[in-house]
Design a binder for this molecule. Structure first.
Ligand code: GDD
Ligand code: MN
Length: 375
């Protein structure tokens, strides 16, 4: 090939960015201007750009960032509508970069921007693909940035990641890292866009192929705005661990759907007991208990399994009824398969399990196509 856009190794433009700093943001309007000033100071002498990936924050973060971008071409903005999620925002930001190196960093000033030149130097040294700014290696600390209960939860999450996934990172939950863009680009199709676990996802999806280095830093306390990490994010994280552990045979979503289904069994039994104690006749009590369990399952799935497609208001009500319909057919599938297999009573457990799996698979497939269909 000759010169031009398609040439394999064209000389980069003199002002092309060498480093893109991806800044996922949700309600960080107060922090963005301060952060950009800090980046300017920290990255003096480096050809950098910042890509703010904002999920249509109600506080107008995207607009604040655009106002900066209008006077400073180092700043770019991606405004995503109808989507939420830290991991997804980071992936999109990385894919919007054309620089050889990309960093992902929180936009809330909790990450120490003076780490960036050190991380870049590490990558340019040539031997490393991924540099993680870690809160747990010697010299690093969570400082005042994490409450003790969060620190405790974070330790458990790290321990599990190390055990289940053979990930040797000291801080696999860190949201602060820098990677060769070509590596991120190659891994992107395998990544999940839900939740907060982008780093763990990158490392475990690479299956040991990334050369990683961890550098210590102190996690700062948040000054403005509030954290978006909640119990749902944590639940999602454990879902990823399980799914990766099982070799991605089953999707995170199906696993979560299954966990919710299992919780439904307890709800069902509890409700049945209450109805029976209240003197309700068995068949009626059993039917009513099924509806109670289907209802809690619906709302749990709506909150957890399909949090990215969550139904609200009237659509939630319609969703609930389609979910009842789907599950009723699921019971038929369950009992049908179980009956087919139950020819030999010695295999009652096999028949029962096969029926339950058949019902779950049906419920999952049909509800994702009907109840929580992609609009
Ligand atoms: N675009 C987008 N969409 N950005 C988001 C979203 C989202 O749905 N949720 C959070 N963010 C942005 C925030 O605006 C912030 O810039 C950054 O992602 C981190 O979010 P926080 O809500 O401040 O997270 P945290 O400080 O509680 O959690 C930190 O520690 C975790 C591990 O304990 C982060 O560094 C996480 O990345 C890390 O996993
Ligand atoms: Mn934060």
């Amino acid at each position: 090939m000759t010169s031009g856009g398609g040439a394999p190794n064209p000389v980069p433009a003199a002002d092309a960015a060498e480093l893109s700093v991806i800044l996922p943001s949700f309600n960080e309007a107060e922090n963005i201007p301060i952060l950009i000033d800090l980046l300017k100071a920290a990255l003096d002498g480096i050809a950098w750009e910042a890509i703010v990936v904002d999920d249509n924050s109600p506080d107008g973060t995207a607009e604040v960032a655009r106002n900066i971008a209008r006077i400073d071409p180092k700043v770019r903005v991606i405004r995503r509508i109808g989507r939420r999620g830290l991991s997804g925002a980071c992936i999109e930001g990385m894919l919007a970069s054309s620089a050889p190196y990309v960093a992902v960093m929180d936009a809330d000033l909790q990450h120490d921007e003076t780490m960036l030149p050190k991380m870049l130097a590490e990558l340019k040294g040539g031997d490393t693909d991924l540099v993680v700014a870690s809160r747990n290696v010697e010299g690093g600390t969570v400082g005042e940035g994490l409450s003790s209960i969060r620190a405790w939860g974070s330790n458990i999450a790290n321990g599990l990641a190390q055990k289940l996934l053979n990930v040797t990172l000291k801080d696999p939950m860190s949201g602060f890292f820098m990677i060769r863009r070509e590596k991120a680009e190659a891994l992107a199709p395998k990544l999940s866009s839900q939740g907060f676990k982008i780093l763990l996802d990158l490392v475990s999806s690479a299956g040991g192929a990334l050369k990683i280095k961890e550098l210590p830093f102190t996690f700062r306390e948040r000054q403005h705005g509030e954290s978006k990490l909640d119990t749902l994010v944590t639940f999602d994280y454990f879902g990823l661990l399980l799914a990766k552990y099982f070799g991605n045979v089953v999707s995170v979503r199906f696993l979560m759907f299954g966990l919710v289904g299992a919780s439904g069994l307890f709800v069902h039994l509890a409700a049945l007991r209450v109805f029976l104690l209240g003197g309700v006749e068995f068949n009626l009590a059993q039917t009513a208990a099924s509806f109670v369990a289907m209802t809690t399952n619906f709302f749990l799935n709506n909150q957890l399994t399909y949090r990215d497609r969550r139904l609200r208001g009237l659509r939630a009500l319609i969703g609930l009824f389609t979910f009842y319909a789907v599950c009723s057919v699921g019971v038929l599938a369950n009992v049908g398969v179980a009956n087919l297999i139950y020819a030999d009573p010695a295999y009652w457990w096999f028949a029962g399990t096969a029926g339950a799996i058949m019902g779950a698979v049906w419920n999952y497939a049909a509800s994702s196509a009907l109840t929580w269909r992609k609009s």
